[in-house]
Design a protein around this ligand. Sequence first.
Ligand code: 5GP
Ligand code: MG
Length: 173
Amino acid sequence: MKPSKEPLLTVTEIHRRVAELAETLSSDFAGKEIVVIPVLKGGFHFASDLTRLLSLSLTLDFIRARSYRGERSKGTVEFLLLPTEPLTGKHVIVVEDILDTGRTTAAVLDRIQAENPESLSLCVLLDKPANREVDVSADYVGFQIDNHFVVGYGLDYNEHYRELPAVHILESG
Ligand code: 5GP
Ligand code: MG
């Protein structure tokens, strides 16, 4: 398996869209105290680029979730890292790489909601609505894509290809 030679989303397209999202978020959250929570590992490039373009005062915390996708334990989500700062009364923006079945995201949102934030918003780079199994939708979406397995810009295949600057479809061969 290897990344497609031509990207599905080029560096230019990604950066242009990230800048648009940053502008929208900066306007929607103007004057509010926000906490940005990237979901590791996949959300790290996206969150890094996005936060550097926000004209907001913000703090960062991190969450790391691992979802089991095998038949028997399907849907089980384990947290390997949890936010350490109090989120009560804060406007929280969760930043994720991709919304697929929705299971991981739903578990992440439930976990953060338990901390009683003032508001909780979800910003994803990629949305694959065709594959949704759980009722969860993002407030801010970079790109809707068809049901491909993609790598790059944070997204991995067996932990590889996260470092690619663009998003590619994973192809056999
Ligand atoms: P969900 O729980 O929504 O099914 O899956 C979310 C997680 O599955 C993502 O955070 C990501 O780790 C992985 N995932 C889902 N679709 C893709 C994809 O197309 N490419 C990669 N690299 N990971 C994916
Ligand atoms: Mg993954």
